[in-house]
Structure formats: C-alpha cells, structure tokens
Design a protein around this ligand. Sequence first.
Ligand code: ITT
Length: 213
Amino acid sequence: MSPRDNERKDAGGTFPFGRLIFFVTNNIHKFNEARMVLSEFNIATAMLRLKPPEIQDDSIENIAKTCALRASEETGLPVIVEDAGLFIDALGGFPGPYSSYVYRTIGKEGILKLLEGCGNRRAEFKSAVAFCSPNCEVKVFSGSVRGVISRTIRGESGFGFDPIFEPEGFSGLTFGELSVEEKNMVSHRSRALRKFAEWYRSLRQGSAGKAFK
Ligand code: ITT
C-alpha cells in the first residue's frame, strides 16, 4: 500500500466525508488556527505543504476554489484551501487579494506609511475557505472581520498584518496582542471555517446516518 493509499484510508474510509481533512498551506499559523477551530467540530486536520499555482484574480473565493480543485485532483484527498487578505477602506480595498505580495514587499511598515495622515483607518480581513474532495463539487465559504489599522505595530502573536489590525470588540488591542483562542473568537478565518464545519457536519450526518458530534 502506498503512503497516499494510507492517507486515503486515514481520511475516514467514508469518502468524501471522513473525519480527517488536509489543509493545504505553507503557513503554520494559518494551519494552527484552522486546526483549533475544526477540532471544536471533531474534525481532524493535517497540514499539507503543497503549493498549487495560485491564479491571479480579484476574488479570494475564486483563488481558493481553483487551488482546492487542483490540490484535490493532484492528491485524491479531501482538501481545504484558504485564501485571505486585508482590505483597507481608504485604499479602495487594497491590498486585498494581493496581500501576500504586499506583505513581502512593503510589509506592515509600508501600510502604516500609506495611511499616514489618513483619518479613515477602517479595514476588513476577509477569508475564503474552499473544500474539495474526489467525487464532490468544490464548495466555498466566506468570513470577515471589521476593525481599524493601528497607528503603531503592536504585539508578537500571530503573523502577517496581525500587529497592525485592531478587530472590533477588543478595546483597541491588535490581533498581534491576542492569543490564538481570542483571535479565533472573531477572526475572518474562524468565521469561514465554522460555516464550512456546520455544512460538513450536516453532510456527514446525512451520509453516515449518524451524528459525529
Ligand atoms: P498559504 O497561501 O500558503 O496558505 P499565505 O501566508 O500566503 O499562506 P494567504 O495567501 O491566505 O496566506 O494570505 C495572504 C497574506 O495576507 C498573508 O501572507 C498575510 O500577510 C495576510 N494575512 C492573511 N490572513 C491573515 C491573518 O489572519 N492575520 C494577519 N495577516 C493575514
């Protein structure tokens, strides 16, 4: 039996709604956040460090969907691909789907510079979670959280733009100053993942004819 066959077996046998799902990412922070949220629904998650070529698109939903389809086709496994971005009101939604490139080039400091002297610091993190499994159509779930861009870089937690994003409801603390559990209470990613997990649970209950919690 090949390692891939073993992975398929571990994925639950009851394809495509097994207990184990492969989260395709190279970002360990994203994976850890997702693992914690999905475990609330009794879904086990494995990190799959695969880099399906990312398409250029203005829609994070389309990007996640295309990558999930390719990853599932390539591996024969049930996969989740998540695409996320920071959308800043005063910049017309920039960097949005280009967040990864902007983070690598101008970074957090560059964003603070772009907003110097700008009164409107409102912004939104958005997430698109795409699930695809053999014999199952790709499904996409969206989540978002509104907040403001801070004036300084604060906090060591998380990754990316976390230290410059103050989510609503946390008294001006940045995601970088929150624990993973606190971030997961309101984050774009957790909201999209919870929508996915509710859907997955209902399908799984239907397909297996029994509850899985
Ligand atoms: P993978 O594509 O390998 O999953 P990535 O880090 O490139 O990982 P995304 O394309 O989804 O992830 O995100 C693009 C960028 O947006 C990311 O590099 C971060 O800079 C930023 N970002 C996304 N989600 C974030 C979050 O929860 N907190 C802080 N920054 C985030």
